[in-house]
Design a binder for this molecule. Structure first.
Ligand code: GCB
Length: 638
């Protein structure tokens, strides 16, 4: 994709981006206090006999922290008549004010919160934002507590020292949507020479929706509490194996106890100690399409067996293995059917909406889709939990999308810089952090069968291997139990790709018949088969077509198979399927995209990307029916 602003501006703008100052915003303290350096967040808050949870969603006061209120303090109360913005939602499409839609920089959300009067002294009170896209700061009254970079993973502030049960306080969350060469996804901010306004450009093909698109919570935990639980499952014959590791906030003399409870509420196994192995006789496996979830109930108990803290992890017992060209779940070959998608809908942007979530799962089930990829960032945790319960298989992806300067393509006639070279991206630290946060958050989900650490990086450019080797190693260290991959773009062919050796499964995004051989499906079929066969000959491993598709205008019909018509989308997908069925190493197909979605403004997209099999408001195009026929008749493909 081409950026709309000249690369030549880069050198002027980027030094300024490296060290932003916020002095002009009055009382904001720009130094993150040492004790508030963001620790990695693990357990999703839940209500248990030792924990309380208050949801803070609803209408929050809202303001742009723009040039026009430079002297205002972000912690000061917003005026009574301030705008009100729903949480969770991206703010961009909510208001009619264009300057909100186009805003680049910080915005402020604020509301009053009362700590429930029954909360106990001596416990810890926390604020958690499930996501602030892309940078968030939490303030209580006038105190700046924490800053977090990364738009799709949660962060928390400990507010215990500032509030008390029954007291009211002012909660402010500031959110910055800026993307730079050091963030994932990367982007750059330029300044319009005409208006002097900041403009955000980026290399990825979805709109830079921003704000608080997921829930905000206040919760309490006992002073000594369970910080994290890591569960890895296995199976031996009829016996389920659970390997667990519990992290406790401070080591006292208290004991960790673990009990495994089945779906009927019966305790079927238990263990004592912070680490251990548990066997479940006659285990009910978590299977694609037939989920079964045990509750692994972890407790800290004192010497009188009194519960200090307790937390329950829904756990599906299953195995994953890559063997030859097979992707095995519970020892059986699994063929992925489904989609790459986006968290995207009208008005809400990327705002989490349970209505949409349940409907999207319904539509996928109706189609016979057994899986999806969280393209191109970690999805809301509610979606992961629902996939666990629904038996939907998930390929879980970091927000490292757009790591390719060559995809920008010769802006203003200049050759793009090498993505990994000195004038290229500086995303390594943010990328590493994104991998850590994704795995820490999602490692216990049975639905997650593979980590994808990047989408379409410049894998053919010199330096790619050096960039990715430590990241692949880190991913394996953090979770040795799952295969890893990256989604490959067509410029890195089986001959030019420099990083595939670091991974276990080949995920290929290909657009033969669309971006290449446009409209010529006969030529595209030959090119596609050559390319897939090339990969299959080179690697003895499963291949998944992680993207293939055609922009399609719902309601546009044509007797001849012409791009953008519903007929062409059907024909093109069918052509791909013919080829897949001739290549035994194929282990799955994810159509791009589940639904039409919004993209950045540009001359190649009319109101967004139209490769959806459903429209943005989830009406099926003709391809939905043809895919449904294929996927619902596909029981034993491998
Ligand atoms: C891709 C990207 C995806 C785009 C898609 C397209 O390869 O991974 O984010 O939306 O192509 O439609 O161009």
């Amino acid at each position: 994709m081409k950026l709309q602003s000249g690369l030549s501006l880069l050198s002027i703008i980027l030094p300024a981006l490296g060290a932003p100052t916020y002095d002009s915003y009055g009382s904001v303290n720009t130094t993150v206090p040492a004790q508030q350096q963001q620790p990695l967040i693990a357990l999703k808050p839940q209500t248990t006999s030792s924990r309380d949870l208050v949801n803070l969603d609803g209408l929050w006061k809202f303001a742009l922290a723009s040039e026009t209120n430079e002297t205002a303090s972000w912690t000061a109360p917003l005026p009574k008549k301030a705008l009100e913005c729903p949480v969770p939602a991206s703010y961009n499409d909510i208001f009619t004010d264009q300057s909100i839609h186009d805003h680049v920089g910080w915005v402020i959300y604020q509301r009053e919160v009362v700590v429930p009067r029954g909360w106990m002294a001596g416990e810890r009170y926390m604020i958690r934002a499930d996501a602030a896209t892309h940078k968030g700061r939490i303030y209580v009254n006038d105190e700046f507590l924490v800053e977090h970079q990364g738009g799709y993973t949660p962060f928390e502030a400990d507010i215990t020292h500032l509030v008390a049960a029954g007291e009211k306080f002012r909660l402010t969350i500031a959110v910055d949507n800026t993307l730079t060469y050091s963030t994932v996804p990367p982007g750059m901010v330029t300044v319009s020479p005409q208006t002097g306004k900041k403009q955000q450009t980026y290399m990825h093909d979805f709109y830079n929706y921003a704000g608080l698109a997921r829930s905000v919570w206040m919760y309490s935990v006992p002073e000594q509490h369970i910080v994290d639980v890591t569960i890895v499952t296995g199976v031996e014959g009829e016996t389920g194996l659970i390997d667990y590791d519990v992290e406790v906030s401070n080591n006292g003399t208290n004991t960790v106890k673990v009990s495994v409870v089945d779906e009927e509420g019966n305790a079927v196994a238990n263990s004592t100690g912070a680490q251990g192995k548990i066997e479940i006789p006659s285990v009910n496996l978590w299977q694609p399409g037939a989920a079964y979830l045990y509750q692994v109930q972890v407790s800290i108990v004192d010497s009188d067996d009194k519960t200090i803290d307790t937390y329950s992890v829904p756990t599906g017992v299953r195995t994953i293995e890559v063997k030859g060209t097979d992707f095995l779940i519970n020892g059986k070959s699994f063929y992925f059917t489904g989609f790459g998608a986006h968290e995207d809908s009208n008005i809400r942007g990327k705002g989490f909406d349970p209505v949409l979530m349940v409907h999207d799962f319904e539509l996928r089930a109706w189609m016979g889709a057994n899986s999806f990829r969280t393209s191109h960032y970690p999805y809301a945790q509610e979606i992961m939990e629902f996939a666990d319960r629904q038996g939907i298989v998930v390929i879980d992806e970091t927000p490292a999308v757009g790591l390719s300067l060559s995809l920008m393509g010769g802006v203003q006639g200049e050759a793009p810089a090498n993505t990994w070279g000195p004038d290229g991206l500086d995303t390594h630290a943010a990328h590493e952090q994104a991998i850590r946060e994704l795995i820490r958050r999602d490692k216990n989900h049975a639905c997650v069968v593979m980590w994808v650490i990047a989408n379409e990086p410049a894998a053919q450019e010199e330096g790619a291997h050096e960039y990715f080797e430590p990241l692949a190693k880190l991913t394996r260290e953090l979770d040795p139990s799952r295969p890893i991959s990256y989604a490959n773009q067509g410029a890195a062919t089986f001959e030019t790709d420099l990083i595939a050796d670091l991974f276990d499964v080949n995920l290929l995004n290909r657009y033969f018949g669309w971006y290449e051989q446009t409209g010529d499906l006969e030529a595209a079929e030959i090119a596609l088969e050559e390319e897939l066969q090339g990969w299959a000959d080179k690697f003895d491993r499963p291949m998944i077509m992680s993207e293939y598709g055609a922009d399609t205008i719902a309601g546009l019909h044509s007797v001849a198979s012409v791009p953008f018509s519903e007929e062409f989308q059907v024909d093109m997908l069918e052509m791909y399927h013919r080829v897949f069925d001739r290549i035994p190493a194929m282990a799955g197909e994810h159509v791009w995209n589940f639904a039409d979605f919004q993209t950045s403004i540009g001359i190649r997209r009319v109101d967004g990307n139209k490769k959806g099999v459903f429209t943005r408001d989830r009406k099926p195009k003709a391809a939905a029916h043809s895919l449904r026929t294929r996927w619902t008749n596909m029981e034993a493909k491998k």
